[in-house]
Design a protein around this ligand. Sequence first.
Ligand code: SF4
Length: 556
Amino acid sequence: MSPVSAIAQTPDTTANDSEALSAMPGVAWVVGNRGAIGMTITDPDAHKRLRRDELSASTAFGLDPSNCAVGVVASRLIKRNDGLFEANQLGTAAHAVLEYLFGLDKPLRTEAEAVATVRRLHTDQEFALRFVDKGLSDQIAALEDDELARWYAEVDRRALGLWGIEDPTAVNVHSTEMAFGKRFDRVVKIGRVPFVGFIDRVDKIIDPATGETTGYVVKDYKAGKVKHADRYGDDYGDQIRIYKVAVREAEGIDPEGGSLLFIAYGVEREVETDEESVAITIARFERAWDRMHELADANYYPAKDGPLCGWCPLVNSCPSAAKNGRKDLSDTEKVSGKRVVVEGKPKQGIPAVDLGIPIVGAPHVFEAAAEEVQQAEPAIAPVAVDAAHRSVEPNKENNMTATATATVRVKEGMNRSETHVETSLNGNSFAAIAAFDFTERAVSELAKAGQAVTPAAVKGLAHTYAIIVQTIQAELANSQSYSEGINCRIRSALATSIDTIPAPWQQPLEQWNAWAESVTKRTRAISNVALALVTLGSEIPASPWAALSTEGQTAA
Ligand code: SF4
């Protein structure tokens, strides 16, 4: 019996009539006996919607194991009614203006034309419907005078920022809004995954001397804040790399690069699109596809607590957020390192009562599914640290030694590759060894640096180590399993990086972000050099020490 049919027939769930009124019907929170918290889909039709036959770049990012899998469910099933002044709606309008503009002859792509186009979206509904959906077009048409000026100003600001990046009258357009997917009769695969999506623009590079096209570049507009790769990943960079492959597959032309145009800020970010970066992105895209099926098969979407919970629409209802003390921070901004509420900024979190998501205990079918997913995913084993965390009062510093009481059942298994023995953790498993490795190292680093060894600090550091290893292992081996030898090798490389890059104790988050990035880079570099060495075998070029000489260093 599949988990979906099981839950539909399980009488002891707390699903009730309120679900019919829910903003997100057909789902339930699962709270397992061993601390697993996640979501399951109780409506078979809704469940089908989570298993797609084509994948977009943005959905793939949501499926990355570093993200909360419940977000994938929310993005697909939540019924949103976005207001006209919400960032995504304003961005869509600015996109529409640029799409129209780049369909015009070069000399007509002026700022004045852009401003006129913004107004035309309001006055000419037939025109608006060519570029935005009916819901948005109706909202724009219904704008009253007092709101209209504000809406014009917001969309103008976003669209006109483009002139701070490039001169649209000089751009040689190959195509705008290039659509991919079955629906558009342009079917391509990224690796082994069918792709769906739109590319804002593909430009031609033309040799001014000969007038010949010498290459192509991919461009994508972003109406939000400038974003670079960070410890959460590089979804925008991956998007450009996926687009590059899609154009190559569909058109037989290989764009030589791509960039993100942050139109509201007048900033262009060029994205690395060399072969190696593209190969890593393709591997991540394929992994996302596999994970989508694994999650749908298990019908269990594990919640993953983290700082981003503060911007999650489900934060008011989520049992994991409640357990970890997460609050809706979407109406705040950071001022001098502290979050302060911005007057008039709406909260994004949907009230729990409006969501009306029931909680199901943990019928055994979910226990099994949860364990299956947890085994497949390299979540850091919540043994000592989580147990300690549960016994800590919020905001109170505790000495970990005094509070750590493991409540996870442990058995001794013979096979190290098996994380669990029946329903207990296999104390001999590679996963247990890795989790203890990270946690012990975290305690040792904190103590060495004279920092308080609190459960929160240990957990933060151990998880940081785990994420770094997971990231690099996914890049190198398209896997994050603790049972693979490469995991152990990367852990060893990480240890060297930690020893050689001092942590920014007592420094703001910005410093920690930079530190995490540096440690990741160094660990990746160590792994790459080591793996290349294996490949070389005995074919090592002569006098490799020359690279260390002054001449070698100058040449480098
Ligand atoms: S609040 Fe956090 S853990 Fe809960 S669903 Fe949202 S992102 Fe996931």
